[in-house]
Design a protein around this ligand. Structure first.
Ligand code: AMP
Length: 283
């Protein structure tokens, strides 16, 4: 497994790979890898001759009041996990390599970045789309893998790829959960024992919503209210609970077609997100 830290080396490796007729799959991450990340790696391994995992804690997607300085990292453990999963390259540039000077060029997807996570994190998606666009230009992948856990991020990236004609196929992979249902996240390690137990309610409330819909409930507000009642019983503070059209992310009142139920809850400064997609045509 190669460890590449410079853009120049990564681009020349990518050019060589493509000349040899091989395809590159990239899994963009911020490191501190867990089984959720590794599920994307495993999927990429099936589809591509060459798998690149990028590890970069992207300052541009954090607001000043967020947890950039405490974001967990353990590059040695990440290397072991990648090696064990037959990753070909870890691309782990430092901040100076990725942002040698203050950037004046940003990639910004409009409208669908303005609600859900975009309300409390107004510049977040601009940072995400800019770094992903940079990674696509540096790593030159045919396919890129993202988790459904960051569902809005997925839709934003899909729109960016469509609008800017990136020749990259976006593959969305299912949410990997702990045994008790909590969605895996690098941030879970900061939950104390009580918060960790309470955090299970996030997934439970989504499952409850699924159950209500399966029993014929079609009023989105009623379902949102039920979820809210469950989460209000724990110490986490609700950032949002919303039901939206899964494809275009428009707000809906009537449950029909494929719907996204998404939520964000903050325990002290630890912000957790989770979601479920319900395909009503199959219910
Ligand atoms: P992050 O390192 O948190 O930026 O995540 C990198 C990628 O891993 C993103 O595409 C996430 O959606 C994905 N990811 C994070 N957690 C999970 C999970 N529990 N299941 C599946 N994918 C995940």
């Amino acid at each position: 497994m190669k460890i590449i830290e410079t853009i120049e080396e990564m681009q020349s490796f990518a050019n060589q790979t493509i000349t040899e007729g091989k395809h590159i799959g990239i899994v963009p991450t911020m490191g501190y890898l867990h089984d959720g990340h590794m599920s994307l790696v495993n999927r990429a391994r099936l589809d591509n001759e060459i798998v690149v995992v990028s590890i970069f804690v992207n300052l541009a997607q954090f607001s000043p009041n967020e947890d950039l300085s405490t974001y967990p990292h353990d590059l040695e453990a990440d290397k072991t996990k990648c090696e064990d999963s037959n990753v070909d390259v870890i691309f782990c540039p430092n901040e100076k390599e990725m942002y040698p000077s203050v950037p004046l060029t940003w990639v910004n997807v409009d409208i669908i970045t303005k609600y859900l996570c975009g309300i409390n994190r107004p510049n977040h998606f601009k940072g995400v789309t800019t770094i992903v666009a940079k990674l696509f230009n540096i790593v030159k992948p045919s396919k890129s893998y993202f988790g459904q856990k960051d569902y809005q991020q997925n839709r934003v990236i899909i729109k960016m790829v469509e609008d800017l004609n990136f020749d990259v196929k976006i593959i969305t992979c299912p949410i990997i959960r702990e045994k008790d249902g909590l969605a895996m996240s690098s941030r879970n390690k900061y939950l104390d024992e009580k918060q960790r137990k309470e955090a299970v309610v996030l997934n439970k409330s989504l499952e409850r919503a699924k159950w209500l819909i399966a029993r014929g409930e079609t009023n989105a507000s009623k379902i949102e209210f039920e979820i809210k009642q469950m989460i209000n019983k724990i110490s986490g503070e609700i950032d949002y609970i919303e039901i939206r059209n899964a494809k275009n992310l428009y707000k809906i009142e009537l449950i029909q077609d494929d719907v996204l139920i998404a939520l964000a809850v903050t325990f002290d400064n630890i912000r957790l997100i989770d979601n479920i997609i319900i395909n009503n045509k199959k219910l």
